[in-house]
Design a protein around this ligand. Structure first.
Ligand code: MF3
Ligand code: CO
Ligand code: CO
Length: 254
């Protein structure tokens, strides 16, 4: 199995860079509004308006396989794919906002954690380590690198910090297609990834979901919301990346 079929040409890479920067700009835009007392629906509406009117882009999650909103908002023990609703954020919550935009047909996908008011040290530490897990992966990206070693390193970093790395969801090849089939980026020791070797021109996400407790998850009856089975806190960060001749370019930043 090789990843050559997913390589983007220079013209496509220019589009991916623009889409990535646009996605990052949504998170920058929404940051001052992320406060206690605000509902995740309000954050969704603001992001939707910014994406469609300011960026003239499309919010990829909206109607994606029936997802009902324009962003994902995952609070506390929600691992990912939380659906914005009228519940308001409260002091001490941790929140992931995951934004994917389609600009000129290309996807940019990124997420960050937000701390609401006074967050307990153990929850802040989780958010910090989850970000470090993402960067452990990013720092390894270069031509010739196997995806297997990246998954192992991310999981080891989580375990070293007494956390677990979720196995049921993964990063993905991305381009004109949101989740490129056959190009998965697993954030754990997954021997099936050994044959997947990075090449210049590949674009994909790394998006580890890190739990304080066990890695097991369950999906709520809404068909989307993923929570930790043991109800412990979970945190996630995501960037869209480009493999360059010499290493990596983070597409979802300025
Ligand atoms: N943005 C998510 C990812 O990182 C996918 C969300 S799919 C949705 O891949 F339908 F829930 F929006
Ligand atoms: Co993604
Ligand atoms: Co995402």
């Amino acid at each position: 199995m090789n990843l050559s079929q997913y390589i983007k040409n220079p013209e496509e890479i220019i589009h991916m860079r623009r889409a990535g920067q646009a996605a990052a700009s949504v998170l920058d835009y929404i940051t001052p509004f992320v406060q206690k007392g605000v509902s995740t629906n309000e954050l969704n509406q603001r992001c939707h308006q910014y994406i469609t009117e300011t960026l003239k882009a499309i919010p990829a999650p909206l109607n994606y396989r029936g997802f009902p909103k324009s962003i994902c908002t995952s609070v506390n023990h929600v691992v990912c794919h939380g659906i914005p609703d009228d519940k308001v954020l409260k002091d001490g919550d941790i929140l992931n906002i995951d934004v994917t935009v389609i600009l000129d047909g290309y996807h940019g996908d990124t997420s960050r954690m937000f701390l609401i008011g006074n967050v307990k040290p153990h929850a802040k530490r989780l958010c910090d380590i989850a970000r470090e897990c993402l960067y452990v992966g990013i720092d390894m990206v270069k031509p010739g690198q196997s995806l297997y070693d990246i998954g192992v390193a991310i999981e080891q970093y989580a375990k070293k910090n007494h956390y677990s790395s979720v196995k049921d969801f993964c990063g993905h090849g991305i381009g004109k297609v949101f989740h490129e089939p056959g190009f998965q980026v697993l954030h754990y020791d997954a021997p099936e990834q050994k044959a997947l070797i990075l090449e210049p021109g590949l674009t994909f996400t790394i998006e580890p979901m890190i739990n304080i407790g066990k890695c097991d998850i369950k999906i709520l009856k809404d068909g989307w919301t993923v929570i930790t089975k043991d109800k412990t806190l979970s945190a996630q960060w995501e960037h869209t990346l480009l493999v360059t001749e010499s290493g990596v370019e983070i597409l979802t930043q300025k």
